[in-house]
Design a protein around this ligand. Sequence first.
Ligand SMILES: Cc1cc2nc3c(=O)[nH]c(=O)nc-3n(C[C@H](O)[C@H](O)[C@H](O)COP(=O)(O)OP(=O)(O)OC[C@H]3O[C@@H](n4cnc5c(N)ncnc54)[C@H](O)[C@@H]3O)c2cc1C
Length: 358
Amino acid sequence: MSDGVLHKAMAPLVAPPVFDFWVQKINRTLSWERPLARVVGREVTARGTVTLTLKANRHFRGYAAGQHVPVSVEVDGVRLTRTYSPVTPWQGDRRLAITVREVDGGKVSAALVHALSVGDVVELGPAFGDMVLPDGGASRPWLLVAGGSGITPLMCLARALLAENPSADITLMMWARERADLCFSGTFADLRARHPNLRVLPVLTRESRCLPNELSGRPGAELFAAQVPDIATRAVRACGPWGFVETVSSLLAPIAADFDSECFTPPPRATQAGEAVTVTLLRSERQVQVPAGAPLLESLEEQGVQPAYGCRMGVCNTCVCDKRAGTTEHVYNSEQHAEAGPVRLCVNAARSDITLDL
Ligand SMILES: Cc1cc2nc3c(=O)[nH]c(=O)nc-3n(C[C@H](O)[C@H](O)[C@H](O)COP(=O)(O)OP(=O)(O)OC[C@H]3O[C@@H](n4cnc5c(N)ncnc54)[C@H](O)[C@@H]3O)c2cc1C
């Protein structure tokens, strides 16, 4: 039975949460309006890393290759959201695969890697991100540069390019600490057998002895010049932790034909928390004291308030909330806003007493 049919029949009769409660007794991914997805496959793709195949319901609107999707799960009774980048292009079968690497001490990555099984249901958010392919991109040469789990959106871009042009000229350099941390080794072997112009170069930073097809060392001008001498003709996309992406950008953005990048972790922030200000939370009818200058999300969490959040670096919008009064300041670019309007709690600090619709 499709939820579209049930939706129409019951529209005048029930509230959405009541609808969800009853239809989910039939199928746990049926919902009035929530984009839910069932885990239909689970595969270990590297040390501490699993690829989960999800089948989404009709409320999920899909994504472009290279974008990211907020994924929510319940951990110890609390609903938490983090962002993951699908590794397969979106197609008509409503399936998407995400590859998740466990982060030390991480709540959601640990739950996805160890606790989630086939049949479990997660909630998805709307896709976001600008690192998508330009029209006709598969006819030009590419260099994709991945650090750790930053391989995920680049894997999706590579698959999309090869689907458009099986002879697309793609060099993919993927950094990992050791061989056991490299994702998708089997998949790349299959792809390379079918696509002669796909070149995959694993680069290891802590492996004691490299195999003939592997390189070692950190990203550097000499390494890129030796491995990709025609870099000036290539469109480059890079993804990984902030420090890795900064290094690659400084080396390649000035010399590549075209350059774009995305980070999975935020830049380090100079701590400059000041005196306490009062945050009035309208919906929860509470007032809390937080240090001026410190990110609101962290400060509110320290006071026991648990706003929804995703990326914690100002890109996914999960923590956006309405500010009704007061001045906030962006913690990275120091822009101040005194007018009422939406504010991202993860990258904004209070600079006066403020009132939030939270
Ligand atoms: C745009 C975007 C796309 C992403 N895509 C993927 C993806 O496809 N696959 C994937 O595995 N991850 C991806 N991430 C990272 C992911 O969203 C989570 O941040 C990560 O899984 C950790 O969440 P957690 O709840 O386990 O850790 P938390 O409980 O939030 O944090 C635990 C500790 O780990 C640190 N930490 C958080 N994230 C990272 C990280 N990525 N690397 C190192 N330390 C970290 C925190 O600072 C904290 O100290 C992406 C992030 C962004 C912003």
